[in-house]
Design a binder for this molecule. Structure first.
Ligand SMILES: *[C@@H]1O[C@H](CO)[C@@H](O)[C@H](O)[C@H]1NC(C)=O
Ligand SMILES: *[C@@H]1O[C@H](CO)[C@@H](O)[C@H](O)[C@H]1NC(C)=O
Ligand SMILES: *[C@@H]1O[C@H](CO)[C@@H](O)[C@H](O)[C@H]1NC(C)=O
Ligand SMILES: *[C@@H]1O[C@H](CO)[C@@H](O)[C@H](O)[C@H]1NC(C)=O
Ligand SMILES: *[C@@H]1O[C@H](CO)[C@@H](O)[C@H](O)[C@H]1NC(C)=O
Ligand SMILES: *[C@H]1O[C@H](CO)[C@@H](O)[C@H](O)[C@H]1NC(C)=O
Ligand SMILES: CC(=O)N[C@H]1CO[C@H](CO)[C@@H](O)[C@@H]1O
Length: 404
């Protein structure tokens, strides 16, 4: 099976909403709620215990208020943390809340600073807070997410403590979604991506690192704008959280599209027998995510010697996992893709191709795969590639086939 380069696709049109107005409205509503609650609590003259609890809640809201104020003037610009620090009297600047659950995604860290920060791992085994493991859904896109309504339905009604969303789009692109969307405010600071170059792997690492800043994130899935979920959220969550392995393609391809891309200058750090290939759409656990963003040695070698027709996004992570973490990898992807047409790109499915039988086939094609050393027919949680036109018929099938 000849596999070509990674995904080099274009986004479609976009749905945009006035982001700032929505944010300001939300902030206003929150302020009103805080003032109202304050009145009620003070009015009741409650115990000091309740007052204390209330104060902490109130600080959080004021804090959000000031973060928004600092962010609001410029979407692309960094948060003005001076404004936040100036308020340490009302905000517990070194408190757990801010550390464990970063309140926003905007920051002005360079990649070097970001990766260093994200590489921190606690040595104390027990978390001093009730940690519920989350799945981080990381969308790597150039522009709009045409299948967004399908994803919104996938997340609808699900516990927000169980997942997080991160979107890496080209700088300057504003994902215009309403403030009620789970995708609202989920864009991370990004940099330009040139498909096929190391900037693509940089973006993957940037997504991982931003997601690592949330200590509750335990599993990290990379998705594109043409990916769809083929099972409902509870199934996806359970499957990933309980898996002993991570899911990343890593195979040895003895052709010019595989071993042929190995550069002998990588020797002796990387041997040909260690060289692997695989689709970039990985799923990694927290430990492996930290391992990937912490590696500089092998990444530098790839940057130097893996240039077209070698594509780092198809070789770097598979090779790194194979060299050091092979036993933790299931060596298969949970994202279904169709290479049967041949050529450098996988098949793209349009509206006319979407049928109940087709989606059922992806969900269970009667072939078994390994899961925690057992056999299962549930091999794929996601699928690609789907054109924007596939959205309507897919939305039609969610309740009968995908069960969401
Ligand atoms: C941040 O806010 C402080 C205080 O208002 C101001 O002095 C500073 O110039 C601001 N910095 C940026 C980067 O906007
Ligand atoms: C995946 O491949 C590695 C070799 O890189 C191997 O050690 C490991 O056992 C494989 N994983 C599974 C689940 O078979
Ligand atoms: C989608 O359907 C069209 C029309 O039937 C067909 O020509 C095309 O090959 C199908 N695409 C895929 C990826 O199966
Ligand atoms: C089912 O999926 C497996 C794994 O991708 C593949 O090898 C096999 O050919 C598929 N079977 C059918 C009937 O499509
Ligand atoms: C959605 O499903 C209904 C009922 O099965 C069907 O009549 C309609 O054509 C479908 N719409 C699309 C876009 O597939
Ligand atoms: C955002 O989308 C809304 C409709 O959902 C539209 O009215 C608005 O003009 C869009 N904003 C931008 C900046 O494109
Ligand atoms: C509650 C609180 O700390 N509010 C502050 C928010 O930031 C402004 C400055 O922009 C301060 O004046 C407020 O006191």
């Amino acid at each position: 099976m000849v596999r070509g380069r990674g995904e080099k696709e274009e986004g479609g049109g976009g749905v945009l909403v006035e982001k700032h107005l929505g944010l300001l409205k939300l902030v206003k509503i929150l302020s009103v709620v805080v003032v109202f609650v304050a009145g009620v609590v003070i009015g009741l003259g409650t115990t000091s215990h309740i007052n204390l609890h209330f104060m902490r809640q109130a600080d959080l809201y004021f804090y959000a208020d000031n973060v928004s104020a600092a962010v609001a003037p410029s979407v692309a610009g960094p948060v003005n943390c001076t404004l936040i620090e100036a308020n340490c009297e009302s905000v517990d600047c070194l408190g757990m809340d801010r550390f464990v659950k970063p309140p926003g995604l905007k920051h002005s860290l360079s990649d070097r600073e970001l990766f260093w920060r994200a590489s921190m791992e606690p040595r104390v085994k027990r978390y001093p807070f009730a940690r519920v493991p989350k799945v981080a859904f990381m969308f790597l896109t150039r522009g709009p997410l045409p299948l967004l309504p399908l994803w919104e339905r996938f997340f609808e009604g699900q516990d927000r403590n169980l997942y997080t969303i991160y979107v890496h789009a080209n700088p300057g692109f504003d994902l215009n979604v309403s403030s009620s969307s789970v995708f609202y405010g989920r864009q991370i600071p990004s940099q330009n991506v040139e498909w096929g170059t190391a900037t693509l792997t940089d973006a993957e690492k940037r997504l991982l690192a931003n997601a690592l800043l949330d200590f509750s994130n335990e599993r990290f899935v990379l998705l594109s704008e043409s990916c769809i979920p083929v099972h409902n959220f509870p199934t996806v969550y359970k499957y990933l959280i309980h898996s002993k392995h991570s899911f990343a393609d890593a195979y040895d391809e003895p052709t010019r599209y595989g071993r042929g891309r190995y550069n002998r200058k990588m020797f002796p750090d990387i041997h040909l027998r260690q060289w692997r290939k695989g689709s970039q759409w990985f799923e990694l656990n927290r430990y492996l995510a930290i391992s990937v963003i912490s590696d500089t040695k092998y990444y530098e070698i790839f940057k130097k010697y893996c240039k077209p027709a070698c594509y780092p996004d198809e070789h770097y992570i598979p090779t790194l996992l194979n060299m050091f973490y092979g036993s933790q990898n299931a060596n298969r992807s949970v994202t279904w893709v169709d290479w049967s047409l041949g050529g450098p790109h996988p098949a793209t499915y349009e509206n006319v191709n979407i049928t109940e039988g087709f989606i059922r086939h992806i969900r269970n094609n009667k072939t078994l795969c390994s899961y925690n050393s057992e056999k299962t027919s549930l091999c794929y949680l996601f699928a690609r590639k789907f054109a924007p036109s596939a959205l309507e018929p897919l939305l039609n099938l969610t309740s009968i086939v995908m069960r969401f």
